[in-house]
Ligand binder design. Structure first.
Ligand code: PFF
Length: 463
């Protein structure tokens, strides 16, 4: 395995794993989910899911990766359970599907850097037209995918680690700058109230699914991304502490993204918070309008900075998404890393084309499928999100936890977690992780998976 490479330092691994976690999910997804899902009550649920359920699954994924030094498919085989390889295969398919649409959104964000720099804030008013210009935004997407491939082709310590170490701190500084700026504006406190004072009557079944799904997607769990990153981690590393750091960094950045956006919406709406529920377009429409409101060069500078930041965050995530299928191809098919990277990236770009076309350009992909019991058709990209993010990730997480606790067995998991962590055995954390991985995660995630599939694809709402 000498040629696989590895992280050169502890902070490098944490930065790379946190870079994978922090992405469009935090800065584009989290605020719109909060905005449409009841404000602060959603935030409370999300935080609870991240720490109670996701953190143990993360430690488990990293442990499986480090133990086996393999990609998600090879990992199950290396532990001696070939029959469980399908979990890894499902993860790789989920990763491919996620990257295919994620790159389209990243392409939009990339294009916005130039729109903002040119002072073209009107793009917010006509966002639907913007996404229909498929040659333009598809071109941006192509550049984004090529950049991702370039970084991944540089390997672990040279590419991924270096980039993460540089971009993560830059990102945090940029967000804090925008938070401070937003707080100086009139009516910003109305945004803070919406964001931080919970009203628990707003919680329903949907809020719970969404908060759970958001926590899982945001932490890059359930598809083996962290099995893959874990495979490059040194035996000196304390996995539990690293997973805790990654969780804290990811949650903090999502939290900061909210702190950045809601005061701006408070200002923009004159305190009514109208527009907070703008859904997936929140950032691209509402925020860009706010930048326009700031006027001239100030709006252009803040707007350009913001979308640059969003692209940084997205890049550290697309890199990890691409790394998953690439490590599979390199390990299992014996193809050279460089060749594997460009091949896989090219194929995923092609798979993303229907998602690109289904956002205004092509009626066929705009109204691709009508689920049983649904009134309206669903576009291609939303379908991919439902299949990959909302169904495959919870199922993958459920199966990874079940496998680790009941097939590979808890004592083996504990042995791996204890390497590099002298105080782990006998600690409260060990007891909690054992309980969470054996019972809590498989049951909660399994139930979530079933409820989501029934509700989304069959129109059957049990809660
Ligand atoms: N966690 C990333 C985000 O929040 O944008 C998305 C993601 C990356 C999901 C890598 C899954 C993954 F393996």
């Amino acid at each position: 395995m000498a040629t696989r490479g590895g992280f050169s330092s502890r902070i490098g691994f944490i930065a790379a794993a946190a870079g994978s976690a922090v992405g469009l999910g935090n800065i584009w997804g989290f605020p719109y989910e909060v905005g449409s899902g009841g404000g602060a009550a959603f935030v409370v649920l999300y935080l609870a899911f991240c720490f109670i359920l996701c953190f143990p699954v993360m430690a488990t994924e990293i442990a499986i990766g480090r133990k086996t030094e393999r990609n998600p498919v090879g990992a199950f085989a290396a532990l001696g359970y070939k029959k469980w390889k399908w979990i890894g295969k499902m993860g790789i398919i989920a990763g491919i599907l996620i990257l295919s649409f994620y790159n389209v959104i990243a392409g939009w964000a990339f294009g916005y850097i130039f729109e903002m720099a040119a002072g073209n804030f009107g793009v917010a008013e006509t966002f639907g037209d913007y996404t229909s210009q498929v040659f333009k935004v598809g071109g941006y997407g192509l550049v984004f995918m090529a950049t991702t491939a370039f970084v991944v082709s540089k390997g672990i310590s040279g590419g991924i680690e270096k980039m993460a170490k540089l971009l993560m701190p830059t990102l945090i500084i940029m967000i804090i700058g925008l938070v401070v700026y937003g707080l100086t504006l009139p009516n910003s406190m109305d945004g803070i109230k919406f964001y931080l004072v919970p009203d628990f009557t707003k919680i329903n079944g949907n809020t719970i699914y969404n908060a759970m799904g958001q926590a899982f997607f945001s932490l890059s769990l359930g598809m083996g991304a962290l099995i893959t990153y874990g495979s490059y981690v040194s035996k000196k590393e304390n996995i539990v502490t690293a997973a805790a750091w990654v969780t804290v960094v990811d949650v903090s950045i999502a939290f900061l993204a909210g702190l950045m956006i809601f005061p701006l919406i408070g200002f923009m709406s004159g305190g009514t918070m109208e527009g907070a529920g703008g859904g997936p377009a929140l950032i691209f429409v509402t925020l860009a309008q706010i930048f326009g409101e700031l006027g001239g060069s100030l709006g252009a500078i803040v707007g350009t900075g913001f979308f640059l930041l969003l692209c940084f965050a997205a890049l550290t995530s697309t890199v990890s998404l691409l790394e998953v299928p690439v490590s599979y191809v390199v390990d299992e098919m014996n193809i050279r890393r460089k060749k594997a990277v460009w091949l896989v990236a090219g194929v995923i770009f092609l798979i993303g084309i229907p998602s690109l076309l289904g956002n205004g350009y092509s009626d066929f992909f705009n109204n691709f499928i009508t689920y049983i019991g649904a009134e309206n058709p669903t576009d291609f990209m939303s379908m991919v999100i439902s299949i990959a993010n909302e169904s495959m990730l919870p199922l993958g997480g459920c199966m990874i936890a079940f496998f680790a606790a009941h097939v590979w067995k808890r004592n083996n998991l504990d042995d791996e977690l204890a390497i590099g962590a002298p105080n782990y055995k006998g600690s409260f954390v060990q007891k909690y992780l054992n309980f969470a991985i054996a019972y809590l995660a498989p049951i909660v995630l399994g139930v979530m998976f079933i409820l989501t599939v029934l509700s989304t694809f069959f129109g059957i709402d049990l809660i």
